[in-house]
Design a protein around this ligand. Structure first.
Ligand code: GLN
Length: 490
């Protein structure tokens, strides 16, 4: 592997500006890595020519002394972001042949900062899943392995291709989306930094919708600094998304002062869930000590409604999905399976076009929204959601951030948990509450399991206070000094 692929964005930025290498060299090295690592199935569509053309343009800007924030940085884009003229599948058969005639706001912002696109990364179908096994284009393999065990592992999901690409040093960073944990959990599984910004920080325009009141764009990177660089480029008000915030975008990198003295961080006892492996409990304790040693103060807090978050999420998210996915009917775009009547055509298209997990969500969502059940399920879930948000609000009167584990386990093997949807949903027990409350959360690689797999810690912040979240995350990163690499790269 070329050592260029091991650079962080911040390092590459310096190397490009001091002309130690060109954007073309940097991108060519990543294109080569992408081709060499096809066995991971991290990409649905590779766009190497596009990446090299982007790099050639970047070199012109750099030569002119006119480099922008992400000039010449090759990225992987979760295939849930619409990219003009480039197939966008959401990892679903039903979007066969769809080439969007427009560009998502967040990707457009990245290109406007000089980034290049290596390709469209694999994901769980419509971002529904925690393993990347529900993709119509097949499972993604993590570059990680358990010690002494060669069984392929999941990279987590739903942004599994994005995570695998960054962990395997194919892409310098990747775009993901997080509805209930889809950036943070794969980051935890693959030893990366994964950030879900506050709901409304980044525009949702041009992202294939799953659950609109929860969906957020975010990034997977190898360092907290890179996460700050990406967030600044991605954020900002967009008149095309009515839920996007009109707040100014801070310089997140400047927030990384290294000083968290006096910061109060909450430790919610309700996150000690039954059956959580002792090593995760221990890592959490270590994280508490790290922050304390850096001058921050731990505070015991209560998030009493934590146990209701998963059931609430698994009512609200499918309800919104069932409505959002009604548009896939074979009429305007994507797959069409002909039938004798238009109804038959709809039915045949949707029967063939959607996978099992997507159908399960549509069934659940339609059920909880149906007359007679709406009040009992959907309305009640909305009420509980408001109470969960209030729980966090109360906690944030006492603390500046909250520290928790990211996921209740390390990565599992491909095929495991597939026959038990409830066991799969449990992956999100620590990430879903934050999504329901719309808060920012980041996962930082903090250690290895006994089997040699990455484990992450999550920092949660107040709405639109990503600066404090990043600052605390950087402190954890420094203390953890996570240098482990996927075995295939060592
Ligand atoms: N794993 C969760 C789900 O299946 C979260 C997915 C996501 O964040 N997109 O719904």
């Amino acid at each position: 592997m070329s050592e260029l692929c091991d650079l962080t964005i911040a390092q590459a930025r310096d190397g490009l500006r001091t002309r130690r290498f060109s954007a073309r060299e940097l991108t060519a090295a990543h294109v080569k890595a992408m081709e060499a690592a096809r066995g991971l199935n991290a990409f649905i569509t590779e766009t190497p020519e596009r990446a090299l053309a982007d790099a050639a343009r970047a070199d012109v800007r750099i030569a002119a002394g006119d480099a922008r924030a992400l000039e010449g940085i090759p990225l992987a884009i979760k295939d849930l972001f619409c990219t003009e003229g480039v197939p966008t599948t959401a990892a679903s058969h039903i979007l066969d042949g769809f080439k969007p005639p427009y560009e998502s706001t967040v990707t457009a912002k990245l290109w406007a900062q000089g980034a290049g696109m290596l390709g469209k990364a694999n994901l769980d179908e419509f971002a529904m899943g925690s393993s990347n096994m529900t993709s119509y284009y097949g499972a993604v393999r993590s570059p990680w392995r358990r010690r002494g065990d060669d069984r392929p592992l999941v990279p987590g999901g739903s942004s599994g291709g994005s995570a695998a690409a960054v962990a395997a040093r194919i892409a310098m960073a990747a775009l993901g989306t997080d509805t209930g944990g889809s950036i943070r959990q794969p980051a935890s599984f693959t030893g990366l930094v994964g950030m879900k910004p506050t709901y409304g920080r980044c525009s949702r325009w041009g992202i294939v919708a799953f659950a609109s009141s929860l969906d957020q764009a975010g990034s997977l990177t190898r360092t907290v600094r890179d996460s700050a660089i990406m967030l600044r480029a991605m954020s900002g008000h967009d008149p095309k998304d009515s839920t996007s915030a009109t707040l100014p975008v801070p310089d997140y990198e400047a927030a990384l002062t290294g000083n968290i003295r006096g910061l109060r961080f909450g430790v919610p006892k309700e996150y000690r869930v039954e059956g959580m492996p002792a090593e995760i409990e221990k890592l959490w304790q270590t994280g508490i000590e790290w922050l304390r040693a850096a001058g921050a103060e731990p505070v015991d807090i209560n998030l009493k409604l934590t146990k209701y978050a998963l059931p609430t999420y698994y009512i609200i998210a499918p309800a919104e999905a069932s409505s959002n996915l009604a548009r896939y009917d074979g009429v305007r775009f994507g797959l069409r399976v002909e039938g004798k009547s238009i109804e038959e055509m709809y039915e045949a298209t949707r029967a063939v076009g959607f996978g099992d997990e997507v159908k399960r969500r549509i069934l659940v969502g339609t059920y909880v929204l149906s007359a007679g059940y709406y009040d009992a399920y959907y309305l009640k879930a909305q009420r509980v959601r408001a109470l969960i948000a209030a729980d966090f609000k109360r906690a944030f009167e006492k603390v500046d951030v909250i520290l928790t584990p990211t996921a209740p386990s390390a990565a599992f093997a491909i095929g495991e948990k597939m026959d038990d949807p409830l066991a799969m949903y449990l992956n999100d027990v620590f990430t879903v509450p934050i999504s329901l409350a719309g808060l920012p959360g980041i996962s930082v690689p903090a250690g290895l399991s006994a089997e040699g797999l990455p484990l992450g810690l999550q920092v949660i912040g107040r709405a639109f206070d990503e600066e404090t979240v990043l600052r605390a995350a950087e402190s954890l990163e420094r203390a953890a000094n996570f240098t482990a690499r996927p075995p295939a790269l060592t």
